[in-house]
Design a binder for this molecule. Structure first.
Ligand SMILES: Cc1ncc(COP(=O)(O)O)c(C=O)c1O
Length: 400
């Protein structure tokens, strides 16, 4: 028998490059190399004890935790999500305007499935989170990429306006952003909302890094005006803020019919997110864990070390991000140089050389639509951040 044929749509997506690189770094480490992987997008802290304890208590109580819940989430969890949106973001969603998903990635996937038809255009500011264009392409949409690297990683109203066509269906907003850590101000977001006024274009505001803002203030796109509220689906989750990446709980708020459509899809695909994770998230949604301020202080200290260290390398420039736990330095000044006879032709070659020679793993900027840059995650121990910086500096000093 010949090899089983895959659906044509599978040709439109690639496996996640971040996960592939993390795997390569792990494999090198398994061979005995002292590799520092600054590739992963997850906090290096443990889930707070209080949240863990509430999951243990739910498991011990049995009953609900053993069972399916409604596909869009337990009523009390949907209420907790609506309360959180009200408390933290000033967003007034009714419980049937919110739902719980298996991670924020799943929220985005369901939303794009629910909104994007074949041929629809989706505006994605670059650098972007790797999964956005993949999801759009998977559903037959056309990603329209707008480079923001010369405007401080912020989408300008002018650039947005110039990209709009009658086929534009959706605009992606991600502040604080992955991979840049950029925090978009109220004014910057208001400028975009003004451009969209009078159109029927939707906005996906991915606010997964909301709690990790160090400079500036988090602003929810939907909170800008009633017009913005009506066109926006706000996505968030417990993964990054509460060190709960493994629990797989995301959530979304938006117009009732959009949430219902996402719920219908979810009811025929994953069904409800794991019940124990929903119950544990109740605790996280009710109040920020006591650990959060300490984590933020650690992230800021690490950010400052890595930004200063990278800016000390001739040919590299690194803006200081206001949020998340990534830096996104510009390495274009090192391209074309050689390391031990190996020419650094592009950011992939550079990341390869950095991993094999200096044992530091970062993700090539091309994966995020920004060739010549590298994303480093500083959700790593202080010691490893310092070591990584020294290794990158040494590597750069060896270039010819
Ligand atoms: C911008 C952005 N959105 C969504 C997600 C996914 O979050 P979750 O783990 O809740 O699926 C990530 C994770 O890397 C992310 O960086």
């Amino acid at each position: 028998m010949s090899e089983l044929r895959l659906a044509q749509r599978m040709g439109r997506i690639q496996p996640s490059a971040t996960l592939a690189l993390t795997a390569r770094a792990k494999a090198l480490r398994a061979e005995g190399n002292d590799v520092i992987a600054l590739t992963a997008g997850e906090p290096d802290f443990s889930t707070p004890d209080a949240i863990r304890a509430s999951a243990v208590a739910a498991l011990q109580a049995g009953g609900v935790v053993d069972r399916y819940t409604p596909a869009s989430g337990l009523p009390e969890v949907r209420k907790a999500v609506a309360d959180k949106f009200q408390r933290d973001n000033g967003l007034n969603y009714a419980p049937d305007q919110v739902m719980v998903n298996c991670g924020a990635k799943h929220s985005c996937f369901n939303l794009i499935a629910a909104l994007v038809d074949e041929g629809d255009e989706v505006i994605i500011p670059a650098p972007y989170w790797v999964s956005y264009p993949e999801m759009v392409s998977f559903f037959g949409g056309r990603p329209v990429i707008i480079d923001t690297s010369s405007t401080g990683f912020v989408l300008t109203p002018e650039a947005l306006k110039a990209a709009l066509t009658p086929k534009t269906r959706l605009v992606l907003v991600n502040s604080p952003g992955n991979p840049t850590g950029a925090v978009w101000s109220r004014e910057a977001q208001q400028g975009l909302a003004d451009v969209l006024k009078g159109t029927d274009i939707a906005v996906l505001s991915d606010e997964i890094y909301e709690k990790l803002v160090y400079d500036g203030k988090h602003v929810s796109f939907a909170s800008l005006s009633s017009d913005a509220f009506e066109r926006t689906i706000t996505v968030n989750g417990v993964a990054k803020a509460y060190a709960m990446t493994g629990w797989r709980i995301g959530y979304a708020g938006g117009p009732k019919h959009v949430i219902a459509a996402m719920g219908a899809l979810q009811s025929h695909s994953t069904s409800n997110p794991a019940t124990v994770s929903q119950l544990a998230s109740l605790k996280a949604l009710a109040e920020d864990p006591v650990e959060l301020p300490g984590w933020k202080a650690k992230f800021v200290a690490r950010r400052d070390v890595i930004v200063a260290g990278l800016n000390d390398v001739a040919g590299v420039s690194c803006t200081c991000p206001g949020g998340a736990f990534y830096v996104f330095p510009d390495f274009r000044g090192l391209l074309g140089k050689s390391h031990n006879g190996r020419v650094l032709t592009d950011d992939h070659a550079l990341c390869d050389a950095l991993l094999s020679a200096a044992h530091v793993a970062g993700v090539p900027g091309s994966e995020f639509g920004a060739p010549g840059f590298i994303r480093f995650s500083y959700a790593e121990s202080d010691e490893n951040i310092r070591k990584a910086v020294e290794r990158i500096q040494k590597f750069a000093s060896e270039l010819t």
